[in-house]
Design a protein around this ligand. Structure first.
Ligand code: CDP
Length: 796
């Protein structure tokens, strides 16, 4: 009879184990960057540009130097003498650390003051006199390429205009042929507005250079500590083994904490110069105005359709506004990230995408805010275009999708832009969603309501997301291949520590990595501690973003546990005095095949590794695994929303929302549900309340939480989550796919599609996000589309 341990009881795969990290977070005992106080620590503040585009005629910092308590004023000129005024970006561009020649966006870093406390530093920043000569401002791709547009990046050789790249992918000629055969061509133009990840904790760093040891330790809010170590080694020309990056607890990242920001670089230089620890903590406006913008992309899409509903081909043209520096992290081969993952949910024979990136006088943008490198935009375009196409054909939304979905027997499936998706049951997910929303009944009620002047709508969105960059053949950042790592040490008493190259920002890694170890070894999850974020102790990894942790670092945890199990098997054979071939494994225990009662637990193997190993065996029970995934993982989801729109005010309310997510095997179902709810909340916010726009002078509108609205529990609707469809990932060691971003990626189109469905028949084809009441009202009243970023209304 089996003596295996009960996996759910020990907190293994599938256990909704409570998050272990929460016990310190809810007690206020988290250790965030700003909690860290070092002896002799100084404080840094940044002076930012009030103008979006201006030549710097002079900077006079003499008054700032005179303020008691000021230790250092850094300017671009000083940085330039050390070759640090500019830094390389993750997209092979350059970015100003402190402005030298010009400022190129409002909020750009112009100078830094390091003082005894942050208040003195702030006052001293205000004492710095900068003489600016204003220049014409560009705030859209259209303006960027207009005749006579000022060249924003005149610092660069071979940059005669504001175009960063022109890129294309797909089959142009084949797509042309598909359109020639189409019965109907459906067209749609969209804008995905700028948004901001807005983690509750802003960015910050404490650099501590110790002249005696020559060691630089930096505590900082980074999602990718090892990449930062490599970048510091390159930029500051310090030896890599003398750099220690520690990413302590992080209060949310969502992509905001991937890039390298000038504040990090300046605090490091200041600490080296002053030989004292220097702390920089960004304030909320600084965070909203200068770091981590996402989206801001215009799409022009066309779909070739047969009249029975079959999609024959797709054409997409995208214009991406990257701001003043092309600095978003992305796999280097794909200029616009993974935007060409669009239409991965559908079986489309041919497609062609052209993309252009331009500079503007906005803060650098395009970060992967809760998505894999532009996938949010890709899926939004996909689902908005699918809805428009079904409407153009007069077909039912669900039937049109079902007809064009990739079928279960088509996996692995080559997407129209060349990705290979792994597995899925798309139609089944849709069926679960339609049943949950009671589709037929809602359509009946919608018709009935319409007759009484009430506007009800139903929006469907699906998404297939490429998660887990990468495989090293295709994905790298600055030439460093995208893989990840895990180190597992099993102590002699059977307790263990896992370290990975990932770095969670609240996703629950400390809970779920332990569950993977439990699943592989039968060690109770509570006996496994997880540590991430310290480059002196964690194995090299590419960090956490793009929901890559479970697909890559999580896989590495499973693989290293298997290495441990292989060694433990040898120990078991030695302890049981049989040959290894005669040994069987069941969770937590090896036994003799011919005598199942004779066995040893994994804990007994652990102590033997330190006290009773066979001759010639290296003592100890620890190992490291580097995991290079064979492919991305491809979760799928269906989100369905019903809404009611008030035609008098344009206000719309969610009646019901259902989410059907298939992320393969769920390690911790409760954590997965939390991830989905968080993503749906962000999706709801993006669709109806959030935007960061710019006036004609490049002033950023949305630099505080009065203008940039975060959804609270008050306005966020309830979500009904469904988990009945599970398609294990065929190439992941435990069958898991990523989940962290799916709902933020697929959710926005569901809300917009629902409002557009409510307005069907009014002649309104599109309202660009956010669907603020005044925009919806305007569309209804004038029966026209409302496009582009929301206009900034003047006081009168
Ligand atoms: O990279 P990131 O941690 O942001 O995203 P993820 O890999 O999708 O994981 C988010 C959280 O959900 C982690 O705690 C995962 O371990 C957990 N998860 C899970 O329990 N089961 C899955 N199939 C996927 C993620």
């Amino acid at each position: 009879m089996s003596q295996a341990v009960d996996e759910i009881k020990i907190g293994g795969l599938g256990a909704s184990r409570k998050r272990v990290e929460d016990s310190r977070f809810i007690r206020g005992k988290g250790n965030y960057t700003d909690d860290i106080v070092l002896p002799d620590m100084l404080h840094m503040e940044i002076l930012r540009s009030p103008l979006a585009h201006a030549r710097i005629k002079s900077i006079d910092a003499s008054k700032a130097w005179d303020i008691p308590g000021v230790h250092l004023v850094l300017t671009g000129e000083m940085m330039a003498t050390r070759n640090l005024a500019w830094m390389p970006t993750l997209s092979y561009d350059t970015q100003a650390v402190l402005a030298t020649d010009k400022v190129r966006f409002q909020g750009q870093e112009v100078a830094c003051v390091i003082a005894d406390d942050p208040y003195i530093a702030k006052d001293a920043c205000e004492a710095i006199v900068v003489d600016y000569e204003p220049l014409p401002v560009i705030v859209s791709p259209e303006q960027a390429v207009a005749d006579g547009a000022p060249v924003i990046r005149d610092d660069k050789e071979n940059q005669p205009d504001n175009v960063i790249y022109n890129w294309e992918v797909g089959d142009a000629a084949g797509t042309e042929r598909a359109f020639a055969q189409a019965d109907v061509v459906s067209k749609l133009k969209l804008h995905y507005p700028r948004s901001h990840p807005s983690p509750i904790e802003c960015c910050g760093s404490i650099a501590d250079f110790n002249r005696a040891t020559s060691k630089l330790t930096v505590y900082m809010t980074t999602q990718a500590p090892h990449i930062i170590r490599a970048a510091v080694a390159m930029v500051a020309e310090l030896p890599e083994h003398m750099i220690r990056i520690i990413s302590p607890d992080i209060g949310g990242g969502f992509g905001n904490k991937v890039p390298v920001y000038p504040g990090y670089v300046c605090s490091i230089l200041a600490s080296i110069l002053l030989e004292r620890p220097v702390k920089w903590i960004e304030d909320k406006s600084g965070n909203l105005i200068s770091t981590g913008f996402a989206r801001d992309i215009y799409l022009d899409g066309e779909m070739a359709l047969r009249k029975d509903g079959k999609i024959l081909g797709v054409r997409m043209n995208c214009d991406a506004d990257h701001g003043a520096f092309f600095s978003d992290a992305q796999p280097s081969k794909f200029k616009i990230g993974l935007l060409h993952s669009a239409f991965a949910s559908y079986d489309i024979p041919v497609a062609h995408l052209t993309a252009r990136g331009t500079y503007s006088n906005k803060a650098p943008g395009g970060v992967a805010y809760r998505c894999s490198f532009r996938v949010t935009e890709a899926m939004f375009f996909q689902e908005r275009m699918v809805q428009a196409a079904a409407d153009d054909l007069g077909m039912d939304q669900a039937a049109f999708r079902r007809m064009n979905f990739v079928r279960d027997d088509q996996f692995p499936h080559r997407t129209p832009f060349g990705f290979l998706t792994d597995s899925g049951q798309y139609a089944k997910c849709l069926d679960v969603g339609l049943k949950a929303i009671d589709y037929e009944e809602f359509r009946r009620q919608q018709q009935e309501a319409r007759e009484r002047g009430r506007l009800l709508g139903l929006g469907i969105s699906t998404m297939t997301e490429p998660l887990g960059a990468g495989n090293s053949r295709e994905y790298d950042i600055l030439g460093i291949k995208m893989f990840d790592s895990a180190e597992l040490k099993v102590h002699m008493t059977g307790k263990a520590i896992v370290r990975t190259g990932a770095r969670g920002q609240g996703q629950g890694h400390e809970t779920t990595w332990a569950q993977i170890v439990s699943h592989e070894l039968g060690i109770p999850a509570e006996d496994v501690v997880v540590e991430e974020g310290d480059t002196d102790t964690a194995p090299f990894g590419m960090g956490t973003y793009a929901s890559r942790s479970t697909p890559v670092a999580g896989a590495a945890v499973a693989m290293v546990a298997r290495k441990i199990r292989a060694k433990a098997r040898k120990l078991a054979a030695h302890l049981l005095e049989v040959s290894e071939e005669d040994i069987e494994w069941e969770l937590g225990r090896f036994y003799v095949r011919s005598a199942p009662d004779r066995g040893v637990t994994i804990q007994e193997c652990a102590i033997a590794a330190y006290s009773n190993m066979p001759d010639g065996m290296e003592p100890g029970l620890e190992n490291t695994a580097y995991y290079d995934p064979p492919n991305l993982t491809w979760p799928f989801a269906v989100y369905i929303v019903t809404v009611e729109v008030d035609p008098e005010t344009g206000v719309w309310d969610v009646l019901k929302m259902v989410a059907v997510d298939d992320c393969g095997v769920r390690i911790n179902p409760m954590i997965v549900e939390g991830q989905i709810m968080g993503g749906l909340t962000e999706a709801y916010a993006m669709s109806n309340m959030q935007f960061i726009t710019f006036d004609a002078d490049g002033n950023c509108v949305g630099a505080n939480y009065m203008d940039y609205l975060l959804p609270t529990a008050w306005e966020t609707p309830g979500f009904e989550l469904h988990s009945e469809v599970v398609t294990p990932c065929p190439h992941h060691p435990i069958g898991a796919k990523g989940i962290g971003e799916c709902a933020a990626v697929g959710g926005p189109a569901a809300f917009v599609n629902a409002v557009m469905d409510a307005l069907s028949g009014t002649g309104v084809r599109n309202i660009d996000m956010p669907l603020l009441p005044d925009r919806v009202w305007e569309a209804i009243k004038y029966q026209r589309d409302v496009s582009g970023a929301p206009p900034v209304r003047s006081e009168d």
